[in-house]
Design a protein around this ligand. Structure first.
Ligand code: FAD
Ligand code: FES
Ligand code: FES
Length: 523
């Protein structure tokens, strides 16, 4: 377990002046890259294609939806402390955000050294230089067009890497596992069968990790040393600051109130690509190691740092801690998005249809808001989740405040937690309506206590439904008046008509989920 991080314990003394770097540093297929400030606002996929002449990575949707731009990224700091190559969507990650990372693209996937050694081989399918994912795609005729194939290959390489990192090489890749790993990869000709077949044909026992192939202590030392200094980039109409301490981040935000926090960029990258807003002035917390931590606070709470990704949260809470939340996160976006997106980013974006806010609303969440005043005074404010969402996409954060972490309850044994999402398709879709229920059901009396009910997609903000909670308190599920309950729900929600659904559909769905849940409890 990592060391507990307490934002209020940050020293108030002025920090010594540290020299900032003006270049983004990362490794690309084993080569050390120093990107200039002028290239920093580019999305990674554009950078690869136009600045590095690496056209293997494709750009199709440019909004994280199709997987064509998938590559593997090992972030410098992770909750698990071990860098791991994970698939991400390069079309929505600005180059600036790659600082300290190691990348492998489809162009670097084949092992060129062995490939050269095998150039005279006469066996058509024994191309030892290819990565097992590439080899399998060749053998099973999984490669159909040049737009989608590189992304599929990289997503499969990510799956192989995950299994190797877990040391799980005996059991073959199952069809379901392959489909889950390829959730984010679209094939426009719908030729999925040979791709799934390719995935399942990979013999993991013969695979070696990409991590060990690109292991280069000298290069890694350079990266690790570099990211101990802050990064400050200034180009035409672009400024990006990534400090190495929380205090510097707070002071910068105080002096630059127009600067916008950037985390995984899975919201901001899309907004930028759709030209709804240009990312001009950004503050990143990625060089602050303690913000990458999840820690236990006593027996019953978890503190999740602002830089913890959704994949890391899922892996941490699955099993005994909050298995319902882990399962719910399986329906969140795709592996590529979850490897990059943060839980705090999902909260801070304050979307009424964000998937985690209903859970956070029933999980006793508190938000740690941090700021540094003009006189250098550090302020840490605990915002209860009930007062965090103010109005449509507006939060209780004051100008100059940033979120360092959130704290959530670990539900007690026997407590019931139910999380549900309704969307037009199961995978990689934003919710139409989402719901979280949490309550105690006394095993003897069957009485409900401490009920908490929260909805998303039914109002301008995610919200608790207090009338439903009041009606449930103290009742047994079979004595709850379902019509009265539905009436209470409708009196508190104001869904809208939009592209995803009509207002009527949202009302009916919200009511049906509630009725169904109580009926299930009664049984
Ligand atoms: C293809 C695709 C599928 C998606 N699917 C889903 C889905 O199924 N469910 C869902 O809910 N969302 C989904 N999203 C939205 C998105 O992935 C999430 O909202 C994500 O959690 C945002 O986190 P991030 O780290 O990428 O945030 P960013 O994009 O970096 O930032 C989001 C917002 O949070 C603010 N912010 C970030 N960190 C802080 C901080 N420390 N303090 C204060 N403000 C901060 C930023 O300023 C910004 O306004 C999807 C997005 C894409 C592209
Ligand atoms: S190009 Fe479609 S996900 Fe990046
Ligand atoms: S592989 Fe590209 S359309 Fe099917």
């Amino acid at each position: 377990m990592s060391q507990a991080f307490d934002p209020s314990s940050t020293p108030t003394q002025p920090q010594p002046q540290v020299v900032s770097r003006s270049e983004v540093i990362f490794s690309l297929n084993g080569e050390l890259i120093r990107a200039q400030a002028s290239d920093a606002p580019l999305m990674l996929a554009d950078f690869l294609r136009t600045r590095r002449n690496l056209p293997g990575t494709k750009i199709v949707c440019a909004e994280g939806d199709c997987g064509a731009c998938t590559l593997l990224k090992a972030a410098p700091y992770r909750h698990s402390a071990k860098p791991q190559f994970l698939p991400v969507n390069s079309c929505i990650i600005p180059v600036a955000s790659l600082d300290g990372a190691q990348l492998v693209t489809v162009d670097g996937l084949a092992d060129q050294t062995t490939l050269r050694g095998q150039s005279n081989s006469s066996a058509p399918y024994e191309r030892k230089g290819l990565h097992p994912a590439q080899e399998a795609m060749v053998k099973c005729h999984g490669s159909q067009c040049g737009f989608c194939t590189p992304g599929f290959v990289m997503a499969l390489a990510g799956l192989v890497e995950k299994r190797l990192e877990r040391g799980d090489t005996e059991s073959p890749i199952e069809e379901k596992e392959a489909k889950n790993a390829l959730t984010a990869n679209l094939c426009r000709c719908t030729g999925y069968s040979p791709i799934i077949e390719a995935a399942c044909s990979i013999d993991l026992k013969t695979c070696s990790p990409i991590r060990s192939r690109f292991e280069n202590p000298a290069l890694q030392e350079k990266l690790q040393k570099a990211i101990l200094s802050p990064l400050h980039l200034r180009a035409e109409e672009f400024e990006y600051y990534a400090p190495t301490s929380l205090e510097s981040a707070g002071a910068y935000l105080n002096q630059n109130p127009s600067a916008e926090l950037i985390s995984g960029a899975t919201d901001l990258g899309v907004v930028h690509n759709k030209r709804k807003k240009r990312l001009k002035h950004l503050l990143s917390l990625h060089l602050i190691p303690e913000l990458h931590q999840i820690t236990r606070v006593g027996k019953s709470r978890l503190r999740i740092g602002a830089k913890v990704t959704l994949s890391e949260v899922r892996d941490f809470v699955k099993g005994e801690l909050i298995p319902e939340f882990a399962q719910f996160l399986d329906l969140f976006a795709s592996p590529q998005i979850k490897n990059q997106a943060t839980l705090v980013g999902n909260l801070a974006t304050a979307s009424p249809i964000g998937d985690t806010p209903p859970f956070l609303l029933v999980a006793g969440t508190t938000v740690q808001a941090y700021s540094v005043s003009s006189s250098g005074q550090i302020q840490v404010r605990e915002i209860p989740i009930e007062s965090f969402f103010i109005s449509y996409r507006k939060t209780a954060l004051e100008p100059g405040e940033l979120i360092t972490s959130i704290e959530i309850d670990i539900p007690e044994k026997g407590e019931i937690l139910r999380l549900q999402k309704v969307s037009q398709r199961k995978d990689l879709d934003i919710s139409t309506v989402n719901v979280a229920f949490r309550l105690h059901l006394d095993p003897q009396t069957r009485k409900i206590s401490k009920p908490r009910v929260a909805y998303g997609g039914v109002a301008a903000t995610p919200k608790r439904i207090s009338s439903v909670e009041n009606l449930l308190q103290g009742k047994t599920p079979d004595t709850v008046d379902l019509d009265q309950l539905a009436e209470g729900l409708h009196s508190e929600i104001t869904p809208i008509d939009d592209l995803r659904s009509s207002q009527a559909f949202r009302r009916v769905t919200a009511e049906n989920i509630l009725r169904h849940f109580i009926q299930e409890l009664a049984q």
